[in-house]
Design a protein around this ligand. Structure first.
Ligand SMILES: N[C@@H](CCC(=O)N[C@@H](CS)C(=O)NCC(=O)O)C(=O)O
Length: 234
C-alpha cells in the first residue's frame, strides 16, 4: 500500500493524477504547509527538502520525494503511462529530457512567476517581468511541441503530460489572464483533455475533502517564506 503525503499544490496534483489514473490503492496524508506540517520531524525524515509530494511504498519499502522522481518511480513500478520501447536509450533520453525540462525550468519559473505576481510582499516590476518572461518562454516551448504532436512524448499520454498538467492548469492565474490559453492553444487543448478525464474528478474530490489553510497570514509567511527572517532586525 502506498502512503501519499500531499497538499493541493501543483506538484502533489501531478502525483495524485497518476495514482488515480493508474487506479492504485493509497492512503492520503494531508500536509498543511501553511501551518508548517512539512517541517514536522517525520516529514523531514521522509523528505529532507521539507516539501510535498512524498510517497512511501510500503510493499517495496521505498520512500520517494520530488514529483518527477515519484512519477518515474510509479511509472516504472506499474509499467503504466510510459512511452513504449523505454528500453531504447533514445526513447528514455527523450522522456528524461522533457521530464527534467519541466522539473528544472517550467516548474520553478512558473512558481516564481506566481509568487512575484500574486504573493510578493514588496512589489517589484523587475522581478515580475523577469519571471513572467521566463515562464512564458518555457510555456512557448511546450506549446510548440504540443503543436506538432498530441502529447509531449508523441502519440500517447504519459507521465510527462501529467507533469506538465500540474502547472499548466494554473496558467491563467500565473499570468493573471483568463484568456491566457489563447497564447498557448496547444497547451489549452491538452489541459482541457486531461481535465475531462474521470481521474481528475477524483483528484479534485481528494483535494476538496481536506480544506487546507488558505491565505497568506503571518503564520503562512513564516513557513513558506523563510527568507523573511533574514530581513528582520536582530
Ligand atoms: N521540486 C519539488 C517541489 C515541491 C514543492 O515545492 N512543493 C510545494 C507544494 S506544490 C511545497 O511543499 N511547499 C511548501 C514549502 O515550500 O514549504 C517537486 O517537484 O516535488
Amino acid at each position: 500500500m502506498i502512503t501519499f503525503y500531499y497538499n493541493d499544490g501543483p506538484n502533489p496534483m501531478k502525483v495524485a493524477l497518476f495514482l488515480e489514473e493508474a487506479g492504485l490503492a493509497y492512503t492520503p496524508v494531508a500536509v498543511d504547509t501553511r501551518r508548517g506540517d512539512q517541517f514536522k520531524p517525520e516529514m523531514v525524515a521522509l523528505n529532507p527538502n521539507a516539501k510535498v509530494p512524498v510517497i512511501v511504498d510500503g510493499d517495496a519499502r521505498a520512500s520517494v520525494f520530488d514529483s518527477t522522481a515519484i512519477l518515474l518511480y510509479l511509472g516504472e513500478m506499474t509499467g503504466k503511462f510510459l512511452p513504449a520501447s523505454l528500453d531504447d536509450p533514445r526513447v528514455r533520453g527523450e522522456m528524461l529530457s522533457w521530464l527534467l525540462f519541466v522539473a528544472s525550468g517550467v516548474g520553478p519559473f512558473s512558481g516564481q512567476a506566481v509568487h512575484f505576481r500574486h504573493y510578493v510582499l514588496a512589489p517589484d516590476p523587475y522581478s515580475v517581468n523577469r519571471y513572467d518572461c521566463e515562464a512564458d518562454r518555457h510555456w512557448m516551448i511546450v506549446d510548440a511541441r504540443l503543436g506538432r504532436q498530441p502529447y509531449l512524448l508523441g502519440e500517447t499520454y504519459t507521465i510527462a503530460d501529467m507533469s506538465v498538467w500540474g502547472w499548466a492548469r494554473l496558467i491563467p492565474h500565473m499570468f493573471d489572464d483568463k484568456n491566457a490559453f489563447s497564447r498557448y492553444p496547444n497547451i489549452g487543448r491538452l489541459v482541457g483533455e486531461i481535465n475531462a478525464r474521470p481521474a481528475v474528478d477524483r483528484v479534485e474530490a481528494l483535494m476538496g475533502s481536506r480544506p487546507f489553510k488558505a491565505g497568506n497570514d503571518a503564520e503562512a509567511q513564516r513557513y513558506l517564506y523563510p527568507q523573511l527572517a533574514r530581513l528582520r532586525p536582530t
